[in-house]
Design a protein around this ligand. Structure first.
Ligand SMILES: [Ca+2]
Length: 125
């Protein structure tokens, strides 16, 4: 079992937080992780928060290609602004950054690519 450490940064502006379900799937050259609901004890995805989770995969994923994020409504729609996701592969390899910088509205699925370039270049949509 491979364990990846995933950090998810929620936006800092008003209404950025959400109480909806957020799922993550890591996609690598050799396969995909389990689709994992991100749910720690207490509140997740508060405005300005950087939440940390463990995501497991039955086998090594190889070089990571992208991160798939999904938001699913929980009773009421609650939009969410994700700033970025970081992934630390098993064995303490280099932490990868996946800049997101977008709103998730309704039931949404977004795939974001790793980027080592400064974030200002990723914010231009
Ligand atoms: Ca919100």
């Amino acid at each position: 079992m491979e364990v990846y450490t995933v950090k998810v940064a929620t936006g800092t502006s008003e209404y950025s937080g959400t109480n909806n379900y957020i799922y993550v799937t890591l996609v690598g050259e050799k396969g995909e992780s389990e689709r994992t609901v991100l749910d720690n004890p207490g509140l997740d995805f508060c405005r300005g928060a950087v939440d940390e989770y463990k995501v497991t995969s039955p086998s090594p994923l190889g070089p990571l290609l992208l991160v798939r994020l999904e938001k699913q409504r929980y009773w009421l729609e609650d939009n969410w602004f994700c700033r970025y996701v970081t992934v630390e592969p098993p064995g303490g390899d280099t932490v990868l950054t996946f800049p997101c910088y977008r709103w998730f509205i309704g039931d949404t699925k977004v795939e974001i690519r790793e980027a080592t370039v400064p974030c200002k270049f990723c914010c231009v949509d």
